[in-house]
Design a protein around this ligand. Structure first.
Ligand code: TYD
Ligand code: MG
Length: 452
């Protein structure tokens, strides 16, 4: 192997050093200096397939660029395809992050077992036997999926060269290490170098690569932020480990929108795609309970009916408690202040707890109206009619503001058999002859009449 040259750079200011040191002399930041490869051997780590001709890029007028037949690899998983924007783009790098035990390895193994292409699943975390045992629970019949347990990138590329897979999955990027860098696996410089090698491989051979990434305590993908800049797509697999639902979101997507959402249910035999989430997210009850309200939200382009639960009780301590699961506490405080000022409810001396059922976090502002309705219902201990649902944003002066794509929300509510939907008077509704009653309201006081 020809000589490899590495040097040390400060990640904060870019100053260069010949050896490692704890503090950067230039910007005085601590622990920002990492090793990087500056010169590699001539030979590539893999051989280019003979069919791939290396093209020299020439400038084209934007109208001449042909995007019509950008091919996508179907993953045979409707939720995964949707989040990616229609399938995997050849030569792209996709990073999947998520908490330990949430099901990242299960999801990608399951997808590689479904694919009719030759897939290479590289694991640095589990043995081939462990993976086989997991695969047997999911779907034992597949002859296209190859499992490799290896952590050294140079060896992985050697195997890729002989196997020539159509898609490569790496579990996980933090376990890989490259010979060119001396630091241990999982360090910033190793992650950067290994990702750079994989990007080069993906782009030059048009093979898509899916990476699994660990996340840190505060939910970011472990390693340098630059990792997220380097890859084409960053997906996050989230959910409460005590709930069965798992949500796949795109945080960054160079080939599609980041609004789409994929929902899975963890079962004994792997992850099941949930294609009609509304029916599952609403608990079916015969009794009417106070403090429950249903919201017609949208995640991406998909309507979703979600249940909001509130509990309002007299505060025991001087400072009332406010807590919310799946909803922003600051927003909850704001809504309580609006209720106090505009509708005259003395909530200042009450504890308020709010829960979005199913372990889902929603950031659609249309949820406000359901939150307000559930708080009022719990406060008065009067249950809402169980076939009511809500979609509206609440403004600071207590006005109910319109929400986007209201027609779609109304149709979903109608489909699920709700009798009435409360929406803002200012929404432009183009639907006609709906079975569901559309109750238009303009301010919070209008809602109070239905709840108390
Ligand atoms: P895993 O996919 O290894 O998570 P990650 O790679 O994100 O750390 O583990 C997922 C969890 O799901 C694990 O605790 C066991 C559980 N599980 C099931 O419930 N059903 C299954 O079929 C499989 C394979 C796992
Ligand atoms: Mg794993």
């Amino acid at each position: 192997m020809a000589k490899v040259k590495t040097t040390f750079f400060c990640q904060n200011c870019g100053a260069q050093y010949a050896k490692w040191q704890g503090q950067c002399n230039a910007c005085k930041e601590w622990n920002t200096i990492v090793e990087e490869v500056i010169q590699k051997p001539e030979k590539s780590d893999w051989k280019l397939p003979t069919t791939t001709v290396k093209k020299v890029s020439v400038p084209l007028q934007i109208k001449d660029i042909d995007v019509s037949k950008e091919p996508r690899l179907n993953t045979f998983d409707a939720e995964f395809n949707r989040v990616l924007g229609g399938g995997i783009v050849p030569g792209s790098l996709t990073l999947l992050g998520g908490e330990p035990g949430i099901g990242k390895s299960t999801l990608l193994l399951q997808i590689s077992l479904k694919l009719p292409y030759k897939t290479l699943y590289v694991s640095g975390e589990e043995s081939q036997k462990q993976i086989k045992m997991r695969a047997e629970r999911i779907n034992p019949e597949n002859n296209n999926c190859y499992i490799l347990t290896e952590t050294k990138t140079q060896n992985i590329f050697k195997q890729i060269e002989t196997l020539e897979p159509d898609i490569v999955i790496i579990d996980s990027i933090q376990t890989l290490h490259s010979d060119y860098i001396e630091s241990s696996s999982g360090s910033i410089s190793q992650i950067k170098e290994c990702t750079a090698e994989l990007i080069k491989f993906a782009k030059e051979t048009a093979t898509p690569v899916l990476l699994i990434g660990h996340i840190t305590k505060d939910g970011n993908i472990a390693g340098p932020k630059i990792l997220e800049h380097m890859v084409d797509t960053v997906l996050q697999f989230e959910g409460d480990r005590n709930h069965v639902f798992r949500i796949l979101r795109a945080h960054k997507n160079r080939f599609g929108s980041t609004n789409e959402l994929g929902i899975y249910e963890m079962q004994g035999s792997g992850l099941r795609e949930v294609s009609n989430p509304s029916e599952i997210l609403i608990s079916k009850k015969d009794e009417e309970l106070s403090g429950n309200a249903i919201v017609a939200t949208l995640e991406g382009v998909r309507p979703l009916m979600i249940e909001v639960q509130a509990l309002v009780s007299t505060a025991v301590y001087g400072t009332p408690q406010r807590s919310a699961t799946g909803f922003n506490v600051k927003r909850l405080n704001m809504l309580l202040a609006v209720l106090e000022k505009r509708a005259g409810f003395r909530l200042g001396a009450k504890d308020v707890f709010l829960n979005i059922t199913g372990g889902i976090t929603v950031d659609d502002p249309a949820i406000d109206l359901a939150v307000v309705a559930s708080i009022l219902s719990s406060n008065e201990d009067v249950s809402l009619q169980k076939d009511f649902c809500f979609a509206g944003e609440v403004g600071l002066s207590g006005e109910i503001r319109p929400v986007q794509r209201v027609d779609q929300r109304i149709l979903e509510a109608e489909k699920l058999g709700f009798s009435t939907i409360f929406v803002s008077k200012y929404n432009k509704i183009s639907l006609k002859n709906t079975v569901i009653k559309i109750q238009l309201i303009s301010k919070i006081e209008d809602l109070v009449a239905y709840v108390t």
